[in-house]
Design a protein around this ligand. Structure first.
Ligand code: LU0
Ligand code: ZN
Length: 324
């Protein structure tokens, strides 16, 4: 068999198999689309879960993004868990059924397949983070997808201009094909001038945190973030953290980042969104590479938190008692 540091983690080929299996088992509520390709040509997949799945209904949409960072493999397992939760539970779990009926849910189970595959191709993990795109004029490979988004790109010392850095922002916003594809997908969800996606989670590991924008500034309130909008993010973040025991905080309280997805989803598309840093809390508990024996426990841990986001997807501002 091919080398594999921990066979309990889902490879790209296995992930495509899971997607096809879920869609085949639940054709009325699950559909697979290919929204583009990675640098090396792997399909970037979107799984839509909703009743009347083939129809774009006028329902709030929710986006889940997984594996921007290659070594954060538990996030792919989170996507697998969510696909199964939202399809196997349909028709039996009343809350899941209502949410799948009333929302259109998009799961992007691996937006950096080249990096993920590279990281797990040897007999030991390679500690890879970025994509696998070459950089002109450098021997160093890769752009950090979570520094390549176009909102306040490179503004604030929250990324690097050096191709060899693990936080290399790329030569320009959306220069990474994977970012361009996902950004185009999100822009494509603007229907009749209105962004249909209301809420989102971008899954990462590790540290057990729920983070909300902005990352580019320490300020709570600033251009593009009113007090009510900040309070909405904070209240929803805290509501979800009560369910999974993660620590809720503004993204920049961890450290300043620029060009991150969470700033773009909110700043450019006004999507109320969160970054989850999953298990473990510290390097002592496995860091980026906890044993695959924790997958079931640490993905199931987020079920209630994710369902709470789906609850509020029709109007996130309801959590602070406002309309919008
Ligand atoms: C979302 C930000 C604030 C944290 C994230 N940490 S990670 N997942 O790369 O370790 C990152 O640096 O992109
Ligand atoms: Zn990450």
């Amino acid at each position: 068999p091919l080398a594999d540091p921990d066979p309990g983690y889902t490879s790209y080929a296995e992930l495509v198999g899971v997607v096809d299996e879920v869609v085949a088992a639940h054709p009325d509520i699950a559909a697979k689309s290919v929204i583009g390709q990675s640098h090396e040509g792997r399909d970037l997949v979107a799984v839509k879960i909703s009743d009347n799945v083939g129809v774009d209904e006028d329902q709030p949409e929710v986006l889940f993004v997984h594996a921007q960072h290659a070594r954060e493999h538990l996030t792919v397992e989170m996507a697998v868990h969510l696909m199964r939760l939202l399809t196997d539970g349909y028709g039996s779990d009343p809350r899941v059924t209502d949410l799948v009926d009333g929302r259109e849910i998009w799961i992007l189970p691996n937006v950096n397949p080249d990096g993920s595959e590279y990281d797990m191709a040897g007999s030991t993990w390679r500690d890879w983070r970025k994509n696998r795109q070459p950089n002109e004029g450098s021997a160093a490979l890769g752009t950090d997808l979570n520094r390549n988004w176009a909102y306040e790109w490179g503004c604030c010392g929250g990324s690097s201009g050096s191709p060899s850095s693990i936080t290399y922002r790329g030569p320009a916003p959306e220069s990474a094909p994977e970012v361009r594809v996902v950004a185009d997908f999100v822009r494509g969800r603007v229907v009749g001038g209105e962004q249909q996606i209301t809420t989102a989670i971008d899954f990462h590991t590790y540290s057990e945190l729920i983070l909300w924008p902005f990352g580019h500034t320490y300020d709570d309130v600033t251009d593009g973030m009113s007090q009510a909008e900040y309070d909405t993010h904070e209240a929803l973040g805290e509501h979800m953290a009560e369910a999974n025991g993660y620590t809720p905080q503004q993204s920049s309280d961890l450290y300043v980042t620029d060009g991150s997805i969470n700033d773009w989803l909110w700043g450019d598309q006004r999507i109320v969104n969160f970054t989850y840093e999953m298990y473990p809390r510290s390097a002592a508990d496995g860091g980026f590479y906890p044993p695959s024996s924790v997958i079931e426990r640490e993905t199931a841990r987020n079920e209630e938190a994710v369902l709470r986001l789906l609850d509020y997807a029709d109007c996130p501002y309801r959590i602070i008692g406002e309309e919008a």
